[in-house]
Design a protein around this ligand. Structure first.
Ligand code: SAM
Length: 238
């Protein structure tokens, strides 16, 4: 039986191919199999677009279904079948890299897949390669600190009840709101209620050719927002 291959989780950074780490580029050059998340039939994998310039021409590209649904049963079944696909390649002795946007360990399907791959092959050798997160790249683009000195920073996915954001926004001097596209208007109402509407910046598709950002959050009311959108809020303003 072939030696079991290594499993890599590669954070490819926020969007621009030159924001990958050297280690990420090295793994993409050498892995036998590159697994890419595929959320729908329509969209190309955004992670693949970012990683493509670094991927070896001999690597096999394999799609792993990662549907954008919240039903735990459906997700579990998809992750299980993705993990089985990955485990089969590993058992054949192939080195497999799963690519993921931003950082590998933050809101990524990679950590769910990893868990399931480890259940199938408990002694599999794993390396997780961190990537530049969307929000650190946003702060860098704006030349503004995410947090300084003893300031606190909260990182919050804004997908559930936006009213839960109120105490967080009222307490933390710096807040990163991720996954803001669907609840945008409610989030804006809360920012206005707390007098923070002018202390925030909206960023969409950072690093992609159609990157867009604005400090006039009101101008986007009723406008379709991209899934790759976030809001940074700073009590002292952006
Ligand atoms: C599933 S999470 C992935 C987070 C990612 N692992 C990271 O480290 O940034 C997806 C959310 O990340 C944010 N995001 C990721 N890439 C982005 C980009 N290029 N521009 C703006 N927001 C982005 C958005 O809030 C999006 O809804």
């Amino acid at each position: 039986m072939a030696n079991i291959g290594r499993f890599f989780g590669v954070g490819v950074g926020p969007g621009s191919p030159d924001l990958l780490t050297l280690r990420a580029a090295e793994i993409l050059q050498t892995a036998d199999i590159i697994c890419i998340p595929r959320s729908s039939d329509k969209n190309d994998s955004v992670a693949l677009k970012v990683a493509k310039p670094h991927i070896s021409s001999t690597a096999e590209i394999v799609e792993i279904s990662t549907p954008m649904v919240r039903d735990k049963e459906i997700l579990n079944a998809e992750w299980q079948s993705g993990a089985q696909k990955i485990a089969k390649y590993l058992k054949d002795g192939k080195n497999v890299a799963f690519i993921t946007i931003g950082d590998a360990m933050l809101f990524s399907t990679y950590t769910y897949l990893l868990n399931k791959v480890q259940q199938i092959i408990p002694d599999v050798s794993v390396e997780s390669i961190p990537g530049v997160t969307s929000f650190s790249a946003t702060a860098a683009l704006l030349n503004r600190a995410l947090a300084e000195g003893n300031e606190k920073l909260a990182i919050v996915p804004a997908i559930d009840d936006p009213s839960e954001l109120k105490p967080i926004l009222a307490t933390f001097p710096n807040v990163v709101l991720m996954k803001v596209a669907n609840k945008y208007e409610q989030i804006l109402d809360i920012l206005e209620e707390l007098g923070l509407q002018d202390k925030a910046v909206f960023m969409s598709k950072l690093g992609y050719p159609d990157q867009f950002y604005t400090r006039d959050l009101n101008s986007l009311r009723g406008v379709k927002r991209e899934y790759l959108s976030l809001i940074l809020v700073k009590q002292e303003g952006f």
